[in-house]
Design a protein around this ligand. Structure first.
Ligand code: AMP
Length: 392
């Protein structure tokens, strides 16, 4: 079956076409700057990268170019050969605990979740609408970032705030990156031939979250009501004392929204180092003796290590620890530093095995009490596989 995996942002649209169940990637690409001028798209096909500058007024224009590329490059002879389209949806609220075939009811429920994800959900829904009007006869599936975490227990997803906030407004921990956490969990379970594994997955990229999973059930995840919570990230603060918000509002004469914006976009590695949100720049800074870069990296690693210790306790001892996403897959310094900070758990990172990037591999020594792996994430494939399972 040919399944298209789609991730629509407010001004971008990423896609990958898979042949399933073979997991073969046929073509992929990204449309950028949709509706904001100087738009273009890039396509990866047969190992080659093509860039085209085109006028993309809206997502419908992007979908039209996408369909033309599929036909012109003979990826398909006819658009009817597409069997299904899977869409990433950031927020499914409490309504969706798994992926679903999209119908009017699903679209209505996803629209109701807009107040929980005011930037992402409208963009995701715009993408869905564009494909639904262009290809109305092809089944479309919604895959939610929040769905995997719906298996958390009440005492783990509730905050210590007035219970009515939850009842009236849905204030609770939702968690994000669920599709990535689920993909990594599935992959490591396949490796161990055991679907009951107790895993701590560390998704550390520009946005980061950890997830404790026992036999496919999420026990806890570090992001919360929004993606701002949890560990220190590229530009997000992670956990803070909320009382600093009105304090800074007064001191800097800012609105609440402006301070939240600072916490989302000017904090984390960027805010602490004053240099960059990108850990490659932070690592360069460390090599050049920049103290604030060292501090930023130490703080990020400590916040991850401390959550690993908590999650190890929640799981009653993890079977495996996994690293994924930009830093998790590529930064040996980050993995090594985190490893040394959890040595009390008996974790030993093997320096030589850890000298690797973006590859599924074990990086712990044979003497490590908990094995540690790099598992490159693939949310696009997970979206396509969910679509395949629902429509086959
Ligand atoms: P993601 O959000 O998963 O795409 O991760 C993006 C982040 O991964 C970047 O901002 C970098 O900080 C980090 N990253 C990517 N490649 C490397 C690398 N080779 N070394 C260190 N960090 C990297």
């Amino acid at each position: 079956m040919k399944i298209l995996s789609v991730n629509a942002g407010s001004s971008s649209l990423k896609f990958t076409l898979f042949e399933l169940p073979e997991k073969k990637e046929l073509i992929s690409g990204t449309f950028e700057k949709i509706g904001i001028g100087n738009s273009f798209y890039t396509i990866k096909l047969n190992g080659e990268k093509i860039k085209r500058e085109v006028d993309l007024k809206n997502h419908e224009d992007a979908v039209k170019h996408l369909m033309d590329e599929l036909l012109e490059n003979k990826v398909v002879e006819n658009l009817d050969e597409l069997d299904g389209i899977g869409h990433r949806l950031v927020h499914g609220g409490q309504k969706f605990s798994e992926s679903v075939i999209i119908n009017d009811e699903v679209l209505k429920a996803a629209t109701e979740c807009i107040e929980l994800a005011p930037i992402h959900n409208p963009a995701n829904i715009t993408g869905i609408s564009a494909f639904m009007s262009a290809l109305p006869n092809i089944p479309q599936v919604a895959v939610f970032d929040t769905a995997f975490h719906q298996s958390m227990d009440r005492e783990d997803y509730l905050y210590g705030v007035p219970y009515e906030w939850y009842e009236k407004y849905g204030v609770r921990r939702y968690g994000f990156h669920g599709t990535s956490h689920r993909y990594v969990y599935k992959t490591i379970c396949e490796e161990f031939k055991n679907d009951k594994l107790k895993v701590i997955n560390c998704h550390i990229g520009n946005g980061s979250s950890l997830c404790a999973i026992n036999a496919g059930k999420v026990l806890h995840t570090t992001m919360g009501f929004t993606p701002l919570a949890g560990v220190i990230m590229g530009t997000r603060s992670g956990d803070i004392d909320p009382s600093m918000i009105p304090f800074i509002m007064k001191k800097e004469n800012k609105t609440c929204e402006q301070v939240i914006d600072d916490l989302n976009k000017k904090s984390g590695l960027l805010g602490i180092s004053g240099v960059s949100s990108d850990s490659r720049d932070i690592e360069d800074g460390i090599e050049n003796g920049n103290d604030r870069c060292m501090l930023a990296n130490d703080m990020l690693c400590k916040s991850v290590a401390n959550y690993i210790a908590v999650y190890n306790n929640m799981l009653g001892g993890a079977d495996v620890i996994t690293f994924t996403a930009g830093l998790g897959e590529n930064s040996k310094l980050t993995r090594e530093t985190i490893g040394s900070l959890i040595s009390s758990l008996g974790v030993v990172i093997d320096k030589e095995k850890n000298d690797v990037r973006g590859k599924f591999t074990k990086i712990s020594g044979d003497d490590s009490k908990i094995p540690v792996y790099i598992v490159p994430t693939n949310e696009e494939l997970m979206i396509a596989e969910d679509t395949y399972e629902l429509i086959k």
